[in-house]
Design a protein around this ligand. Structure first.
Ligand code: SAH
Ligand code: SF4
Length: 429
């Protein structure tokens, strides 16, 4: 996930300060740290698969140290080391400052474990070492953890309680990025709408923070993820509408279109509330794209609940969506008190229907852009041809154009000439 990508950059910064050197060549590594996700079971299964591959490197280099960091480390703690003699270091999301010491500890044959969660850690003053090398867009973490306790979700357990990062350190990091040539930042948190920093002269909330960040330069694009529908307030929409460099794109995870399901999920909004927020977004920014997350087959979901999700999708007309089958996570409220009673084949069938509907909505959304003009920020060379570049619209859609005289980091005004379900084709105007 984006959060882990941002965390890996913090980890790299911490390790480099202690003299460790980053390599892209895994065969040459003396330390391998695997940042992990626990959000769904298949994410964890992929990590176990990955670990098996490392046996080979360990055979080739007896001194190799393998560490598991992040959510899975937090969830499974010492049992990872007990069950996998391959693993030497286990560090949870709030223990990254301790990583150099944990690694050194294993050099003398021991194991290094720290899965303490913190109420304060935000890695505020650490400047992440950027791993994604386009040099144009970067993630900036503004808060950590989550207090929302959605009944299906493991995040509050693996990443701990919610805490916001000092706004001065955020603004400083963004300014440094801009000065280094970056032109887009994505502010990250599990629920950015509840960002809050108390200080003399009043609190800084998310609308205030995003304004501070956007004021860095009109040439800097600002995005954010994720916002929770229950906290999506008009003040944020007003702020966005008043600043053209805050991108016209909101990711607003619905999870389900059925109020009954939303209540079981402990999302703390209804279908009607959600649709009212969508109407508010459209009122403030008619050109704003809206994307979402959806879960198929949560406990007790009926055919009618599923239909409610499909009808919500049609009603909103999402521009994009991340769609998942419900995956029971140990120790969550749902795992403890509800039965995972929707059969696997039903979950699969419902997910397939959701995906098919979204494909047609995405295609319709792209078709509607043909003939329109947008300003895109060029991010890199197109995968298909070195004669083409790709960039994104403010709405976060990918546009392919001929290279011409343009280069990475440029803003280019384009007219959309054609599209597929995944991308737009354009020409500069
Ligand atoms: N904090 C964000 C999302 C974090 S997790 C929010 O609340 O919107 C990203 C997405 O993973 C969630 O929106 C949800 O759709 C999905 N997800 C989380 N737990 C899941 C589970 N147990 N099974 C299936 N999908 C899950
Ligand atoms: Fe999980 Fe809900 Fe927090 Fe998102 S808001 S991280 S889904 S508990």
């Amino acid at each position: 996930c984006q959060m882990n990508a941002a965390d890996s950059e913090v980890v790299l910064s911490i390790m480099q300060k202690e003299g460790f050197v980053y390599t892209e060549n895994i065969e040459r590594a003396d330390v391998i740290l695997v940042n992990t996700c626990s959000i769904r079971d298949n994410a964890e299964q992929r990590i176990w698969g990955r670990l098996k591959e490392f046996v080979r490197y360990k055979k080739a280099n007896r001194a190799l140290i393998v560490g598991i960091i992040g959510c899975m480390a937090e969830r499974l703690k010492d049992s990872i080391i007990e069950n996998h003699n391959l693993v030497d270091v286990v560090a949870g999301p709030d223990a990254y400052r301790d990583l150099p010491a944990l690694v050194r500890q294993t050099e003398s044959g021991g194991k290094g474990i720290n899965t303490m969660l913190s109420r304060e850690e935000t890695y505020a003053e650490i400047s992440p070492v950027r791993l994604d090398k386009n040099g144009v867009s970067a993630f900036v973490s503004i808060m950590r953890g989550c207090n929302n306790m959605c009944s299906y979700c493991v995040v509050p357990y693996t990443r701990g309680g919610e805490r916001s990062r000092d706004p001065q350190t955020i603004v400083r990091e963004v300014r440094e990025l801009f000065d280094a040539g970056y032109r887009e930042v994505t502010l990250l948190g599990q629920n950015v709408n509840s960002y809050k920093w108390d200080c003399e002269g009043g609190a800084v909330d998310f609308p205030a923070l995003i304004r501070m960040v956007a004021e860095t330069s009109p040439l800097l694009r600002v995005r954010f993820a994720t916002s929770h529908p229950k906290d999506m307030c008009d003040r944020l929409l007003e702020t966005m509408a008043s600043m053209p460099n805050i991108c016209r794109c909101i990711h607003l995870p619905a999870q389900s279109g059925s109020t009954r399901m939303l209540s079981l999920m402990n999302r703390r909004y209804t279908r009607e509330w959600y649709l009212d927020r969508i109407a508010a977004i459209r009122r403030y920014m008619p050109d704003c794209s809206i994307t979402t997350d959806l879960i198929a087959g949560f406990c007790t979901e009926t055919e009618q609940d599923h239909e409610d999700t499909l009808s919500l999708m049609r009603e909103v007309g999402y521009d994009g969506a991340y769609m998942f089958k419900y995956s029971e996570r140990p120790n969550t409220k749902a795992a403890r008190h509800m039965e995972d009673d929707v059969p696997e084949e039903v979950k699969t069938a419902r997910l397939t229907q959701i995906i098919e509907l979204q494909n047609s909505l995405s295609e319709r959304s792209n078709r509607a852009d043909v003939g329109r003009e947008f300003e895109i920020l060029i991010e890199g060379e197109s995968k298909r041809s070195s004669g083409q570049l790709f960039g994104r619209t403010s709405q976060n859609k990918v546009v392919i154009i001929d290279r011409g005289q343009h280069s990475v980091g440029d803003y280019v005004r384009v007219k959309i000439t054609d599209c597929t379900s995944a991308t737009l084709l354009g020409e500069s105007v």
